[in-house]
Design a protein around this ligand. Sequence first.
Ligand SMILES: *Cc1c(COP(=O)(O)O)cnc(C)c1O
Length: 401
Amino acid sequence: MEKIYFDHAATTPIDSEVAKIVLEYTAQKYGNPNSIHSFGREARKAVEEARESVASLLGADKSEIFFTSGGTESDNLALKGVALANRKKGNHIITTAIEHYAVLRSCEELEKQGFLVTYLPVDENAMVRIEDVKNAITDKTILISVMFANNEVGTIQPIKEIGQLAKEKDIYFHTDAVQAVGSCPIDVNEYHIDLLSLSGHKLYGPKGVGAVYIRKGIKIGALQDGGSQEHKLRAGTENVSGIVGLGKAAEIARREMVGRIAYVTTLRDKLIKGIQDKIPDSKLNGHDERRLPGNVNFCFSYIEGESLLLNLDLKGIAASTGSACASGSLDPSHVLLAMGLSHETAQGSLRLSLGCGNTEADVEYCLEILSQIVERLRSMSPLSATTNLLLNNPCNQYYNH
Ligand SMILES: *Cc1c(COP(=O)(O)O)cnc(C)c1O
C-alpha cells in the first residue's frame, strides 16, 4: 500500500544529509566537547559550527544561541528563566490562549509561584489583535510570549508589530517559533524578538535537540544546576550528534527555504481547493493568507476527527487531529475553542500538514480517499443530513422511533 506522510507539524522526516552527520558524530566522532584533547576539540569545533549555522538562519549572533533538548525545554527556559530573574521588575506576563502546552503549562506553573498571566484571546482566524496586546500591558509586565505560527491551524501572528510594541514599552518579547523556523523567513532584529524557541525535529533535523535564541543583555537565569555548559545556562554534556544534526538542518533550511516555501505552498493550496470543491460542509480553519506553507486544517460537519484519522490511516495516509500531544484524549482542541468553534465542531477537525517530500500525486490520492471516507462516515452518522432527513420523514415508520 502507498504510504503518505501528512503530519509534518508533529514531526518531519530527517533529511538524509542530516542523518549521515548525526551517525558520524555518534559512531566515530564521539569526543566530549568539554575535553581539551583532540577528540574533544573535534566535537567542540562541530558544536560551534552548528551554533553559527543556527544563528545565521535567524540573523542572530552565535553567542546568542543556546542548545537545549528541544522546543519544550526552550519554551520552559525562556519563560521561567526570564520570569524568575526579573521578578523584582514585575510579575506580569502576557501570552495567548492558543500557545503550545510547553508555553501554557510553564505559565500555569509561574502563576503558582505568584506571577500574573494574561491569556489573550484570538479572532476567528486565530489571530492575536495588537490592540489586545496593548491593552493588556501594565507597569508590572516583564514578558510577552506569542507564538510565531500556530501548530494546529497554521496562523502566522503579527510578530513584527508585537515586537515593536514590546520594544517601545521596554518589555521582553519571546516567540515560540518551533513551527515557523525553516518555513518562514525570520530575522530576530527586524522582528524585534528578544527570545525565540526552535526544535530540530520540526525542521528535518533530529529529535531531542533544539535551541533558544536569547538577545545579548537579556536577564535570564538557568533552570538546571550542574556544569558550566552553554554559558552556564544549560548544564550537562552537550548532545553533540543532535546539535550537529540541527546545525546541518539549519544550514539546509537557509539554503533551500525560498524554494521549499513555494513548493509546499502550491501543494497546500491545491489540497485546500480540492477539499473545498469536492467535499460539501467542510470548513477551513485558520487564516486564508497568513498561514504556514504546509498547514491544512478542516472541520467536516457530522464527523469526528478521530474517525477520519483512523480511516485515513487504514488507507496509508498519516494525518492528525489538532496537535499530536493532545491526541489520545477526545478533548476538543483549545485552539479551535479559542477561535470560537463549538465543542462539537472542534471535535471534527483534521490537520494535514505537508512537507517538501510530498508530491502532487500524494495530494490527489488524499483528495480521492478523503472524499470517499467523509461520504461513507456521513452516511453512517446519526448526525448527518441524510440520516436526519430519514428520521424526520413521517412516512418512514422504521426510522421513526
Ligand atoms: C512541537 C512543538 C513544540 C515542542 O517541541 P519539542 O521539540 O517536541 O519539545 C513547542 N511548540 C510548538 C509550536 C510545537 O509545534
